[in-house]
Design a protein around this ligand. Structure first.
Ligand code: HEM
Length: 526
């Protein structure tokens, strides 16, 4: 925006028939917009011709300014400080990177390594990916989230961009499968791709503070495709993986049934082999399946044998005759496409078996660790978003003649949020590091208990932060849209995280049972 105005020039446009305002040194012509302004036209007229920056931030978040800038900004105020030139960046050495600062620098508002603290885990390629994803999210996604939440949808072009930006292949908990996609991630050489890149990608997507958005992007894909990648036949992978990895086709994971959730061993969806041994005939129902409604492929846990886990297999089912999907209306994670699915006499070639027949347990359990880690990353960032929003609001809002942050009771809430977020994040980094040093099987056995405990820790922290943020925001956090939009939305998303992939109760119990088994094998002395 090249046009510049003097403050005195802007001041002349203070009447309804020509109404300009200044926000952050930029000049906006709100003459036409005043009639559609959700806050009313009079409130805009009262600040006509003036600097309304302080009033603006009282009622809006950054997304709103970004969304309307192109439409309403007509120039900038003369003498508006130009943004400081980007500091000349030398290729950072690993030790230097820890001292670089990034983001808004609200204490605990980002992971410690963003804020000038040392870390053994990250290098320059991690920082580059963080910058790339954050810029994309802030520009293309943040401004539209409230609308998408309302419409319970995310445009399919955004998902496709996850493919063309090369992000989808990096979300599978495996080495970057470059053979299946022509697209590349701009900021990271693929041979350097590791578990921490996947962590950062999920973490930065979660900064949207929208479970619905994150699950739309990765909720089906990052749990439905890994079993195929790890245990599927090569011919099957060569046929179906390229379409999914580029974002053209979609997949979901179907474990839960109307009558079997955390109790996976009792699932009843059955797959019977045809007498010629060439197909399975699948009959059964699956419920609460993320992304099911628009999926082309379904990674399905089915009963091929007797009762219990020993009779369970995993099949890749393709959308076709006998597969029906119906979208469910749930409390939160809007836009994630939670679905009820029926399989009625669906004919599936035996080549679509994932892993061995009746050995689905290993496939499902290996996958659970990856799924739970994804949930932990999301919940930890959501908790940070709630904390960050609360900290910003507490420094703006005044009650009883003081800013909220000046009330000890508010600082206490923020402190309890921060200590839980940091504890969860540090444990998470340790587990991701362990996973990057172990084989899949070793990680499944050794880390399963800790990951289960950490999943519970992350959802309990998320629930705590959602409650405390809602209390700090008061009525504004109870209202959709506006300054409290993220708080209101995340509050409704909490159960969508605390229940699936193993409820808190099951997770806590498993964390001890599984860890005892592992430590017995390690030589534990009781
Ligand atoms: C570039 C200028 C502005 C734009 C594009 C704009 C846009 C909006 C939008 C989109 C909303 C609805 C928020 C939501 O539901 O998420 C809103 C609400 C509101 N705006 Fe503005 N606004 C502008 C300037 C201002 C100014 C200068 C003031 C105050 C002097 C103001 C006061 C309000 C109020 C009081 C609300 C209602 C907040 C609530 O529901 O709690 N707006 N505005």
């Amino acid at each position: 925006m090249s046009k510049t105005f003097k403050a005195t020039e802007v001041a002349e446009h203070k009447k309804p028939d020509s109404l300009w305002i200044i926000v952050e040194g930029d000049v906006y012509d709100v003459t036409k917009f005043q009639n559609e302004h959700p806050g009313g036209k009079k409130i805009l007229q009262r600040v006509g011709g003036k600097d309304a920056t302080a009033q603006f931030w009282k009622y809006h978040n950054e997304g709103i300014l970004k969304k309307y800038k192109a439409q309403l900004q007509i120039g900038s105020l003369e003498g508006k400080a130009a943004p400081p030139p980007e500091p000349k960046k030398e290729e950072p050495k690993k030790e230097q990177l820890a001292l670089d600062t990034y983001g808004d620098l609200i204490p605990f508002g980002d992971p410690a390594w963003y804020q000038g603290y040392h870390s053994p885990y990250y290098n320059a390629s991690h920082a580059a990916l963080r910058d790339e994803v954050r810029a994309w999210v802030e520009e293309k996604i943040e401004p539209h989230l409230n609308d998408w939440e309302k419409q319970k949808f995310v445009p399919v072009e955004i998902y496709k961009e996850m493919g063309t930006r090369g992000y989808l292949p990096g979300l599978l908990g495996v080495k970057y499968p470059k053979e299946y996609t022509p697209y590349r991630i701009a900021s990271v050489p693929l041979e350097k791709w590791d578990h921490f890149h996947e962590f950062i990608l999920t973490d930065e997507l979660s900064r949207t503070g929208s479970g619905g958005f994150v699950w739309n992007m990765i909720g089906g894909y990052s749990i439905g495709l890994p079993p195929v990648m790890k245990f599927g036949r090569k011919e099957l992978k060569d046929r179906i993986v390229p379409g999914m990895i580029t974002g053209e086709k979609r997949i979901c994971l179907c474990i839960t049934e109307p009558d079997a959730g955390s109790d996976v061993a009792n699932l009843t969806c059955e797959a019977k082999k045809t007498p010629d041994g060439k197909h399975y005939i699948v009959n059964g129902e699956k419920k609460w399946i993320t992304n099911g409604i628009w999926s082309d492929y379904f990674t399905v846990a089915v009963r091929t044998g007797g009762p219990g886990m020993g009779g369970v297999s995993v099949l890749l089912i393709e959308r076709g005759p006998g597969v029906s999907t119906r979208e469910m209306d749930c409390q939160g994670v809007h836009g994630s496409g939670t679905t009820y699915i029926t399989f009625e006499d669906v004919k599936v070639p035996v080549e679509n078996l994932i892993g061995k027949e009746n050995a689905g347990f290993k496939v499902i359990m290996t996958n659970f660790n990856h799924e739970r880690l994804g949930i932990i990353i999301q919940c930890t960032r959501f908790s940070r978003v709630l904390y960050e929003e609360s900290m910003k609001y507490a420094n703006r809002r005044r009650t009883f003649g003081k800013k909220l942050i000046e009330h000890p009771v508010i600082r206490m809430k923020l402190a309890h949020m921060a200590r839980q977020i940091e504890a969860t994040h540090n444990w998470l980094e340790n587990i991701v590091y362990q996973g990057s040093c172990m084989s899949d099987t070793e990680a499944m056995l050794k880390l399963g208990g800790a990951i289960a405990g950490l999943k519970a820790q992350s959802t309990i922290t998320f629930e705590f932060c959602a409650r405390e943020a809602a209390q700090i925001f008061g009525g504004i956090g109870y209202t959709k849209g506006g300054v409290g939009a993220k708080v209101e939305r995340l509050y409704r998303d909490v159960r969508g995280y605390a229940i699936p992939a193993g409820s808190e109760e099951i997770m806590l119990d498993l964390s001890i049972r599984q860890s005892l088994k592992v430590h017995q094998a390690l030589g534990m002395k009781l």
